[in-house]
Design a binder for this molecule. Sequence first.
Ligand code: ADP
Length: 432
Amino acid sequence: MTAAGESAQGRDDSGGPVLVLNSGSSSVKFAVLAPASGERMLAGMAEKIGTPGTELRIRRHPDHVVTEGLPDGSYRAVISRILDHLAEAGFGTAGDGARRPGQAHLAGVGHRVVHGGERFTAPVLVDDEVIAAIRAFSHLAPLHNPANLAGIEAVRSARPDLPQVAVFDTAFHQTMPPRAFRYAVPEEWYARYGVRRYGFHGISYRFVSERAAALLGRPLAELRLVIAHLGNGCSVAAVRDGMSVDTTMGLTPLEGLVMGTRSGDVDPGVFGFLADRAGLTIDQLTTTLNTASGLLGLSGVGNDMRTVEVKAAEGNERARLALEVFVHRLAKAIAGMVVGLGRLDALVFTAGIGENSALVRGQVLARLGFLGLAEDAEANARHGRDTRGRISPDGPVVAMVVPTDEELMIARDTAHLTNGGSTLGDATALGK
Ligand code: ADP
């Protein structure tokens, strides 16, 4: 589906399919991928984890979907069941004797782990010490890291023979200089509590920068990119010579752009103000900023950009305003990212909104003419599909659409490390 070979940077990713697991607080998404070709051999999702109503859906072929209820909704039971299904489908492990002719053992399991703190700058093979470190960063991502760890531990207990790799959302941004990652707060907050900008969506940024370089036919090591990852969560990153030098998300994924339900930047003074005026607690305020703000809070019509676009076109004033604020803040953030680059070679749009909303892309480009950006309306309407991603007219500064594939990035990292690649080698290779 993607030209994986083009951007695999010469790494030997052969060595069997990889199970990619994204264990969230209430769901587990999984897929079996061939890391070299990007082919999805099987995919599925377990929802309502931790409840007696846990439901597992597995798609083996496009037309063969299995759905079943699981009486025990614990991560351990759910993941054990997923591994049994995989073994039945021929994706076993050396230990379970489930290999069938013509099908390969799993090379390993790759996990998305949200927070790697300042410790993890690249993907790592999981061992006791790595598990302890991920646990130690759980206070930085209380909704995510414990679920990610539960996934790792469940695989360990079901198939202790299977190598596992942790791929971090924060790791790519560890190359940011202090001027970009430090907040202007007392030193002790940083030294003692780790209060700094970490940044997220790093797996996507890594994939998209490699792919953008391949599409542009230029070495990543010489490119200055601003990448806008616009999904349910939205952020922008400045990528200089393949390394992140700045990004909009911070200590948590709440900072920065307007998102589906998250506010992005607000004056931190709002906490004291509303605690006083409305009697709201810190918990209530944090929840509201995370779940009832953003496009949803502004528009009142929903958190989905498609709905906001339709309602705005119908003349709904709040939806129109939501779109305007979204685009204004996004354009402002993109321009801000150029400060860390010194020069802009390409602006890259990715993820749900970035890949599909010609309207948002067009409006952003219209505001950024002073950076040398412009829209090729026809190419933009076709999402750059016939133009190697390009949605701008010929010129030195390119605007482009590059579909992201975080699962494939995790699968490649897993294949690389389980094939004997070193973490250090990864950090170097991936940073270039
Ligand atoms: P996640 O961050 O959960 O992976 P996605 O990357 O799938 O999410 O992005 C979800 C967002 O993409 C939603 O806001 C959705 O409205 C938006 N989106 C998807 N398709 C379109 C479209 N055709 N036009 C505008 N927005 C779209």
